[in-house]
Design a binder for this molecule. Structure first.
Ligand code: ZN
Ligand code: ZN
Length: 378
């Protein structure tokens, strides 16, 4: 059993019990805390991305680690302090979402507030932004379940897998999924605010990390950001497991030294507290997001799904952040417009779900007419 002082989450129970299960293929799953997982992890047959058959841990978790304090995300007004944002335009950097940052964005053409100082924020799980630039604050959905597959015996891939925007990175020991960069303001117009620990709620209603939360203070200090994450900080701690099955640590080795000979993904082979012999693991960098830059190992196919009706991993998702468009041909025909026109009107109406009243207005039909011909979601 690994030592307990290196776990760094308020959910001591979930942290303590997940480690032996994942680090050791033959450990006893009966000790798993039910805090993080709605079902005890099980070992199942799975197929890896390279086509080989393997054994995977199947982890099932809820929408939010129990007891984890999340937020604040969007500040209510210019006088309040929200979470964090990694701004990638002029004067790029990691910022606290506060008056100074929102005024900077305003100067750069992105105005997120009203004249009276109230910040435009929306819950994009339930309604589309009615602002050009809105801070997004999604309401959690307690009913959501997430299922992940991680190889039991991690193997190196021929080439590392790059991690693009919101690519799947792994899972924290607290049971929250970990993703790479969140979508940019330039790309979406809106800001899906992170909290000061680097996490937020997906449009599907579940919380996830965009950072190594147990070592976020190292990044905040390096970038001069004034924020205090409530997750216990330990730069040497195991934070989670990547989707290739390799463990992810903070920016330091267990003895507090700086890791050496890191590869392009930020990992190396060395001794850890949790391994019996030197083995491959990742370290978080001191830049944001403080996560591996790529994954060296082979991942399982279809390794992430949720029961949510929107967002990453939902059945309507066409990939990370994407949604599979329903077949609109018949609906368009019935309305006397082209599929393209209908699709453009829907895309411009936010969501999911889109604002059907707005779509109807664009198309010059009544909302009832529109809804009567729209295909039902898959
Ligand atoms: Zn996200
Ligand atoms: Zn190391």
């Amino acid at each position: 059993m690994p030592s307990i002082q290196h776990f760094s989450c308020k959910l001591t129970a979930c942290l303590v019990f997940l480690i032996p299960v994942i680090a050791n293929a033959h450990s006893d799953t009966e000790h798993l805390a039910e805090a993080a997982f709605s079902e005890a992890p099980e070992v199942v047959s799975c197929q890896l991305e390279n086509g080989s058959e393997a054994q995977c841990y199947k982890l099932t978790m809820g929408h939010l680690p129990e007891g984890l304090q999340v937020g604040p995300f969007c500040p209510k007004t210019l006088s309040d302090k929200g979470g964090l944002w990694d701004w990638t335009g002029d004067e790029a950097g990691l910022y606290r979402i506060d008056r100074d940052f929102l005024l900077l964005l305003d100067e750069l053409g992105y105005r997120f507030f009203e004249d009276n100082g109230s910040v435009n924020s929306v819950d994009n799980a339930t309604r589309p932004p009615e602002y050009d630039h809105a801070c997004i604050n999604v309401t959690p959905d307690k009913s959501v379940q997430i299922t992940l597959l991680l190889p039991v015996n991690p193997t190196m891939a021929k080439d590392p897998t790059a991690l693009g925007t919101i690519a799947k990175v792994g899972v924290g020991l607290d049971g929250a999924p970990i993703f790479a960069d969140a979508p940019s303001i330039q790309e979406r117009g809106h800001m899906p605010a992170l909290d000061v620990c680097g996490g937020h709620i997906d449009p599907g209603g579940w919380y996830h990390w965009h950072a190594t939360a147990s070592d976020i203070q190292t990044v905040l200090d390096a970038k001069g950001v004034d924020a205090d994450c409530g997750v216990a900080q330990d730069s040497s701690a195991l934070f989670g497991y990547a989707f290739d099955g390799f463990p992810m640590y903070g920016s330091k080795e267990s003895d507090g030294s700086i890791p050496v000979n890191l590869d392009e993904c930020g990992g190396h082979i060395a001794q850890t507290l949790e391994s019996e012999k030197p083995s491959y693991h990742y370290h978080s960098p001191e830049s944001f997001p403080n996560l591996p830059g790529c994954l060296v190992g082979v991942q399982a196919q279809n390794n992430f799904s949720t029961t949510a009706s929107a967002g990453v991993g939902s059945s309507r998702s066409g990939g990370p952040g994407g949604r599979r468009p329903p077949d609109l041909k018949e609906a368009a025909q019935a309305l006397g417009v082209t599929s393209d026109t209908l699709k453009r009107a829907i895309d411009s109406a936010g969501g999911p779900p889109p604002d059907f009243a707005a779509v109807a207005k664009i198309l010059g039909v009544s909302e009832a007419q529109l809804l009567s011909v729209m295909p039902s979601p898959p």
